[in-house]
Ligand binder design. Structure first.
Ligand code: ATP
Length: 234
């Protein structure tokens, strides 16, 4: 579904991503794990069209997208759930969801999209008229995921969904990521919680200092002693 080839991304003189290669097959959950500053978010921003690479290709469904504008990428079926959620605090839950459908051309299917989101996240339905600012951190994460789902993505990019959440919410969020994937959405998951991410991923890549250092199935990486030492507290 997506392949990233020899990707190089800079911030001014800083080379954040150094010839990275990886791929995602339709139906998979793939995770990118790595420490703070490894370059995980930069890769997501490049796939979603927010950043332009210096060189390299991002190919999505047989089309090169590394120079395509972000709104077109959303319309092509890639939605990002950003780190820190970035919900609109002064808008209601429902209005936040509505924003996620902003670029959809098939307007008549939007009512169904709300239903799908409310099925995943019943608490959002209960709170649909509340200001998003009044939601807990876990509920805000659900809202950010719901907003991305409103665009009916084929590929969902999740940036640190567990960040700052209580363990009970983390488990719930990971269960829902699985459910979204089981319903047909391919997932690229970026996480510092490597244990959780590798547990639900088909495959994973380990990123350090802008380079892919290791790859394997989720289970292989969980069992890898270097990964355990560096990322799993082992
Ligand atoms: P985190 O988990 O902290 O978000 P990350 O793995 O997502 O980390 P990135 O945010 O992609 O890492 O950052 C990769 C590198 O690029 C880091 O060295 C970071 O300091 C640098 N960087 C990120 N954003 C900028 C920016 N706007 N200007 C300059 N350098 C940046």
């Amino acid at each position: 579904m997506l392949s990233v080839k020899d990707l190089v991304v800079n911030y001014g003189a800083i080379q954040a991503i150094k010839k990275v290669n990886f791929e995602i097959h339709t139906g998979e959950i793939v995770t990118l794990i790595g420490a703070n500053g490894a370059g995980k978010s930069t890769i997501l921003h490049t796939i979603s069209g927010i950043m332009r690479p210096v060189s390299g290709q991002v190919t999505y469904l047989d089309r090169q997208i590394q120079r395509v504008a972000a709104p077109k990428i959303v319309q092509a079926g890639i939605s990002q759930v950003p780190e820190g959620r970035h919900i609109f605090p002064g808008l209601s839950v429902q209005e936040n969801l509505q924003m996620g459908a902003f670029l959809r051309k098939d307007r008549r299917n939007i009512a169904q999209a709300y239903e799908d989101v409310y099925n995943y996240f019943p608490v959002l339905k209960q709170r649909r008229h509340q200001d998003a600012a009044t939601l807990s951190g876990g509920e805000q994460q659900m809202l950010a995921m719901g907003r991305a789902l409103m665009a009916k993505p084929k590929l969902m990019l999740l940036d640190e969904p567990s960040m700052g959440l209580a363990p009970i919410f983390i488990n719930e969020i990971f269960d829902i990521i699985r459910a979204i994937n089981a319903a047909g959405t391919t997932v690229l998951l970026i996480e510092q919680n490597a244990n959780k991410a590798l547990s639900i991923a088909n495959r994973g890549y380990v990123l350090a200092s802008g380079e892919i250092k290791l790859s394997g199935t989720g289970q292989e990486l969980l069992a890898n002693t270097a990964v355990q030492k560096a990322y799993l507290g082992g």
